[in-house]
Design a protein around this ligand. Sequence first.
Ligand code: NI
Length: 172
Amino acid sequence: MAIRPILTAPDPRLREKSRPVDKVDDGLRALMDDMLETMYDAPGIGLAAIQIGEPIRVIVMDLAGENEEAQPLYFVNPEILDPSEETSLYEEGCLSVPEFFEEVERPARCRVRYLDYAGNEQILDAEGLLATCIQHEMDHLEGVLFIDHLSRLKRDRILRKLKKEQRFVAAE
Ligand code: NI
């Protein structure tokens, strides 16, 4: 397993649309292991493959609390079914948009169909933080970031600050 660098906005690779995975094999499982390790190290609760530069439809998540045992979740080729009309508001953040947190409104519940770590089809009914997190990560597969759900004014302000910070880091 290895910790991989996480891309941050406005890196254009984060805007790529990810392609479906053909087969869940050992190579893919090695990538999912790296993703999970990278996410735990950050630390974060969700990571899409494109965030480490791999444009494929794979997500890892773990919503376990600090003193709980790890509960890794792996989603390959996830699809959202039946998003609820009822919405909920959560303060979201993203490892690719570091240090910024803003409220985003999304369907409160959804059903997800996906392949798991072993390549078996699973269906999960999600609500609360789980539903929000899955939808946030699914957005990454379409090249969408949570800041795209904000007003243009807020989004541009965040992107400007991120760009400025990256110039400082590059200059060090
Ligand atoms: Ni994210």
